[in-house]
Design a protein around this ligand. Structure first.
Ligand SMILES: Cc1cc2nc3c(=O)[nH]c(=O)nc-3n(C[C@H](O)[C@H](O)[C@H](O)COP(=O)(O)OP(=O)(O)OC[C@H]3O[C@@H](n4cnc5c(N)ncnc54)[C@H](O)[C@@H]3O)c2cc1C
Ligand code: SF4
Length: 329
């Protein structure tokens, strides 16, 4: 590992100052992703600023009825918090499907949002061509192994997926990422937080290098218990998703008044299935309505030889999640 300077931030402003003055700085949350990447030489910051002592470790109710999750709250604490279990069970389920208890005890909300892809070529500097790791070097996955890669939102420069479970649930709950920087405060809806790769896959989010995530705000959920998170993976535990799906449905009688359908592990960001959502609103909840709506979304998938299995797998997963959320399963 390359030598680096280490400090602990006492205030948010102090952390921002270091980011501003030393562009090659990384913030340290739980370290479960960053430290691995530093050991492999994939991340080579000159400085680490530990933010774990900042006063960002609380989950509070918002005045208008939602919840604020501080950026340094551990994944385990989010999943077990009474407010989350009662009002956002979808988020608790997604979190508990990820990693292991030990990793979740360390991992923070902010770090989970910012975790990097698990693309084999990105994770192994032995491979030269990876536009995300070495801009302009090419993409080994396009013609190489891409079983775990994207079927939505990729580009000829990169087809990596965002690996988080938590973020898929956050997207179905319309989370808003709160950010502080030298230019002040910004609220970024999670749907706008991640960038598609285009020609610049190394720029993954709208967060600027001198900004810090302070919290994730969740509005009051219109879905209540009518929500489901499903994850399909190679092993039953301790494995990243091959496909996942978060669904929330608000019904008036049997008619769908509002719906969120978000896919995970199939795109560079949590993939909101807007075509399917639009097709479902106003329909009666039924297997046929759900199947037709998911088909509409799947028509836009761009699979490759090694990951075309994701199309039928995701369709079945999305249908199961929607039907369970709608009380049909
Ligand atoms: C063995 C293993 C299995 C895993 N399995 C899963 C899984 O199944 N599903 C899943 O979703 N995840 C999984 N993960 C990933 C895990 O969820 C992430 O490693 C974790 O959430 C990262 O959080 P952290 O606090 O440790 O982040 P760090 O490692 O500390 O940081 C990650 C990145 O976030 C940045 N960062 C941290 N906090 C902030 C902030 N407040 N503002 C701005 N930037 C910030 C850091 O600078 C760094 O770039 C797994 C990880 C491991 C090691
Ligand atoms: S898919 Fe993206 S992360 Fe993977 S090798 Fe290609 S450019 Fe790198």
């Amino acid at each position: 590992m390359r030598p680096f300077q280490f400090s602990q931030a006492g205030t948010i402003n102090a952390a921002i100052r270091v980011l501003q003055e030393h562009p090659s700085t990384r913030l340290l949350g739980g370290g479960t992703n960053l430290v691995d990447l530093m050991r492999e030489g994939i991340e080579q910051p000159d400085r680490l600023v530990d933010i774990q002592k900042l006063p960002l470790d609380k989950i509070d109710m918002l005045p208008e009825g939602g919840v604020r999750i501080g950026a340094t709250v551990r994944n385990t604490e989010i999943a077990n918090h009474p407010l989350i279990r009662k009002n956002y069970a979808l988020l608790a389920k997604a979190l508990l499907s990820g990693a292991s208890p030990q990793v979740r005890n360390m991992a923070t909300a902010g770090g989970n949002l910012m975790q990097r892809t698990r693309c084999y070529y990105f994770m192994d500097p032995g491979f030269h061509s990876c536009n995300k790791r070495v801009p302009g070097s090419g993409c080994s996955a396009l013609e190489g192994a891409h079983r775990i890669h994207a079927i939505f939102g990729g580009s000829e420069a990169c087809i990596a997926v965002h690996p988080s479970d938590m973020c898929v649930a956050l997207a179905a709950l319309d989370a808003v990422v709160q950010v502080e920087g030298p230019r002040g405060h910004r609220s970024i809806p999670i749907h706008d937080f991640y960038r598609l790769p285009g020609n610049t896959p190394h720029i993954e989010t709208e967060l600027v290098a001198d900004e810090i995530i302070t919290s994730i705000n969740l509005p009051k959920s219109p879905f209540g218990d009518r929500a489901e998170y499903l994850k399909v993976r190679d092993r039953r535990s301790f494995a990243f998703a091959l496909v996942s799906c978060a669904a929330g449905i608000a019904l008036e009688g049997s008619v769908i008044r509002d719906v969120r359908l978000v896919f995970g592990a199939v795109a560079p960001k949590p993939w909101r299935a807007l075509r399917a959502e639009r097709a479902l609103i106003g329909k009666r909840m039924s297997v046929d309505a759900v199947s037709d709506a998911v088909d509409l979304e799947m028509q836009t998938a761009v699979p490759r030889a090694g990951n075309k299995y994701k199309v039928p797998l995701l369709k079945r997963t999305a249908m199961r999640a929607l039907l369970a959320a709608g009380g049909v399963a």
